[in-house]
Design a protein around this ligand. Structure first.
Ligand code: 13P
Length: 256
């Protein structure tokens, strides 16, 4: 029995109207319910949170948002607050590379959001990962370590242990070119977990769930989940496929 419950989250990104979201959830629901040993999280766009929450009532499938602001409320046109997210969701994806690249999200903003999430009893899924340019320049370790430390700065070990980290190399997202399981294990097991251990102690580092993300599909998922430090996946494109997403969840059950 692994000490860390495996977790597979589907990041729907900017896909699905309410009606489309309902159809997708209906198509996956039985497949997802059949694997209770894996924590399963659906992260639809904000507009579909309420209808999907209603469909998940009475199941143990969890809901996540893809982003949020750090303030409780206020004059921030177009933003969604932690209180609003917490009405429906148990998880929130923070610092996704698309937010960092296209919406100017900085390490400091991610840090504020992580604190806000924890104080609203939301589990943050904090995304970190190097770009292709950074990888070619040999900066992977420094970039990933810096993002982890910045996002979790100021947390107590007990709080840090509740955070989920997703290692998503930017060059592997949406490209069909996943990292090899060995590469992902190396970054997660030799950079991220030791960084957590140094900052928050071995016990907290041992408890943090660390996911891999970037072109995870039904056919390659199992190879990631046999790696000792990879506790699950953050899935983009394949989470919109009612066959593939439950298949990835089943592959993660082998870790439980
Ligand atoms: P893909 O699985 O489509 O590569 O996306 C990964 C991702 O960005 C999940 O957050």
């Amino acid at each position: 029995m692994n000490a860390r419950t495996p977790l597979v989250a589907g990041n729907w990104k900017m896909h699905k109207t309410v009606e489309e979201a309902r159809q997708l959830v209906w198509a996956m629901l039985d497949g997802l319910r059949a694997v209770p040993e894996v924590e399963r999280v659906l992260c639809p766009p904000f507009t579909a949170l309420l209808p999907v929450a209603q469909m998940l009532l009475g199941t143990d499938i969890r809901l996540g948002a893809q982003n949020m602001h750090w303030e409780e409320e206020g004059a921030y046109t177009g933003e969604i607050s932690p209180r609003m997210v917490a009405e429906f969701a148990q998880f929130v994806i923070l610092g996704h590379s698309e937010r960092r690249a296209y919406f100017g999200e900085t390490d400091d903003m991610v840090r504020r959001k992580v604190h806000a999430a924890l104080s609203h009893k939301l589990t943050p899924i904090v995304c970190v990962g190097e770009t292709l340019e950074q990888r070619r320049a040999g900066q992977t370790e420094a970039v990933v370590r810096g993002q982890v430390l910045a996002a979790l700065d100021g947390l107590q070990p007990e709080q840090a242990a509740r955070v989920v980290i997703a290692y998503e190399p930017v060059w592997a997202i949406g490209t069909g070119e996943a990292a090899t399981p060995e590469e992902a294990q190396r970054v997660i097991g030799q950079v991220i977990r030791p960084t957590l251990a140094k900052a928050f102690g071995h016990e907290a580092a041992r408890r943090v769930r660390i996911l891999y993300g970037g072109s995870v599909k039904a056919h390659n998922a199992a190879a990631f989940f046999v790696q000792p430090d990879i506790d699950g996946a953050l899935v983009g494109g394949a989470s919109l496929d009612p066959e593939q997403f439950p298949a990835i969840v089943r592959a993660a059950a082998a870790r439980a």
